[in-house]
Ligand binder design. Sequence first.
Ligand code: URP
Ligand code: ZN
Ligand code: ZN
Ligand code: ZN
Length: 490
Amino acid sequence: AEYDLLVLNGLVVTDSETGEFDIAVKDGKIAKVVPRGSLAGEKSKKTIDAQGGMVMPGGVDAHVHLDEPPLFGKSATADNYETGTRSAIAGGTTTVITFAPQHKSEPSLLACLEATHARAKDNCYSDYSFHLICSNAGPKAISEFAALREAGISSLKIYMTYEALQLQDSEILDVLFEARKQKIVTMVHAENGAIIDWTIKRLEEKKLFAPKYHATSHPPVAEIEATYRAISFSGFIDVPILIVHVSSPAAAKHISDAQKKGLPVYAETCPQYLFLTRKDLDQPGFEGAKCVCSPPPREGEQDHEGIWRGLEDGTFTVLSSDHCPFIYDDPEKGKKIVITPEYPNGHFRYIPNGCPGVETRLSLALSANRLKLQKFVEVTSTNAAKLYGLYPKKGALIPGESDADLTIWYPEGMKEFVLKNEMLHHNVDYTPYEGRTMKQWPRYTVLRGEVVWDKDNGGLVGKKGYGQFLKRDVSTLAGSKKAEWNVEDF
Ligand code: URP
Ligand code: ZN
Ligand code: ZN
Ligand code: ZN
């Protein structure tokens, strides 16, 4: 047989195994993973010598906002499907799960799904799927959950804050109850909207408007309370949830306590909670606006340590980017600094929430050299594929089953470098990680057997439109674990 691609002499690392294996690829799939040297003499259209390198399943980033209309502030997200997925593959991520947002004025989720398909189609460099954001949980939306499953969507995101998106507790129960029936995983943005509104009002009365007050206005208690409430609802309805973008170790403690009780509660964290602090919001002028996201970066090293420990001990299932990019300094396109006539010097409340990070997620985490390599693969690729119904097509290197999606690193040949925004492929004029010393960057990204990123030889060599929509199945990780009582009564 002639193969399409051989990857020889590398150290192969998956979530469950590390070893010196050679990989053969045929028709976009992993054909063989065999001990080093076993493929000697085999013919192939292309060969990568990964001597001295590490070969991992391609990154799966399950929390990416692309081409979203203004929902959280006054600006639309800066990256569309073209620029966002281009940025993904340049950073070693071969699959993104983005959001199909629903406005409160739109009763139908299926209509939002269709609109999002139109934005993504023929524009993607990476493979992709969508989570539906449910902000109008009326009878129409709830009645469509079964059809969503048919359409290959097995997850939703709901919000406990933001006026434009927030669901009331009774609506959250409606969503969770139907999600249980349809085996849908519900992602929860857990912050208490009332606490945030209250703190914003107080700060405004004192005329405190600088970006750093974004952190003051989103105190840990808002996250801790909402996390515990979401966990309580999950236990009551007996349905899996995933708490997204957890920033607070105290919220993580509620999550690990729930997991110890056997509740199907999963959690996500993001690089901004490992590498940024509220001091990054406290910079001269509006520079701090660059790091405004929700929940905000927390106090300091102790919080970072708590979050790293949660990744190590399994409290966190996934490390996603929450890539939610806004241009910092372009008055035409919608600025990250929103200056209004009323607030000529800006106001933290109007700074759109979110930071870019789809391209830097893997390199930041690997450069930190903190997680064991298999754990790194588990939280950045395999678990996202399992949780969201893409496994073992994605997140694994199983012959005959997995797509040939690979990220290849050369840790020894790699010279440390200083990260600059101009190196990145997103459509954003800054990175919160400007000036950081990076020890790692992917040398190759391979998507379904095609080299799409070749750092030293052409850089971005993938083609727009090569990325495919992925129909997803039920989660293989999340299931109801223990009914606290007979939920069928309802
Ligand atoms: O600040 C954030 N996280 N922006 C993105 C929207 C969200 O809530 O995930
Ligand atoms: Zn969120
Ligand atoms: Zn730190
Ligand atoms: Zn987000």
